[in-house]
Design a protein around this ligand. Sequence first.
Ligand code: MTE
Length: 307
Amino acid sequence: MLIRQDYAYLPSSEITSESVYQERRALMKLAASAAVLAGSPLLAALGPYQKKSSSLELTPYEQITTYNNFYEFSTDKESPARLAKKFKTRPWTLTVGGEVQKPQTLDIDTLIKQIPLEERIYRFRCVEGWSMVVPWVGFSLASLLKLSGLTSKSKYVEFETLFDPAQFPQQNRTFGTIPFPYREGLRIDEAMHPLTILAVGLYGNELLPQNGAPIRLVVPWKYGFKSIKSIVKITLKETQARSTWHEAGPREYGFYANVNPAVDHPRWSQARERVLGKFFKQDTLAFNGYAKEVAHLYKGMNLLTFF
Ligand code: MTE
């Protein structure tokens, strides 16, 4: 996710062999059951939700929660888990405003109690070339937007992450990082698509801060940078929504950012990807494997131009 040539793109130093991975997996299971027995506050905080099964092999919890892109904390992937330990996720409000009938400010716990939660097992593909499979817990973004009432001017949705330099060390810097607050956007039909969710949990637990607690976007057919974390503000707009990475490097990060093996990043190929915890790479899938569900949204658009 680095835009300039003078930063080295950080390849993962985390290539884990299959046996180490299996061992870790076993340890993880043990640790998880131990935590349940000990009544860890981490677990089972979400209450009832509809669980799902899937043929996809889930990426271990430990890996999803220790290998993170979260530039507000750090530009490397290992530090967010440590630096986010004291991040305050309560009280937390989310505002929905702009071109809507009923602007609202919602308390996160009230929202979680009101909206039925479900598990969504999704592939997740970072623009840097790694991927994972995540059992998110959340609800469709459409169900939230409908509460505010859309109008004929609700054409784009813009999301904004909390701006709080006291908690996010990188927000004190004026250069050497991206501009904050982090913003991302979707076209309204993408936002209303049933695959687009707001996640509040992961593996049945509340999201950890490094994964974007208390609420983050997940758009499974797009590169991971669209899936903005720790959201405080959603604004419906008539004009195109802002996107931090697109503004920082428009040649490298498109507004659409649909996963596409045929459109390379200017500095690396997107044809293959490395699944976290796996040794061998696999082919990247068009729209990250969700083409059947979403390709029609881009009918008639040249995906080389609108990448
Ligand atoms: N959201 C904010 N606010 N800040 C970030 O740096 N990084 C993005 C996205 N959302 C980022 C963000 C990128 S590049 C990726 S790949 C995913 O978060 C990573 O999500 P994960 O750490 O849960 O795997």
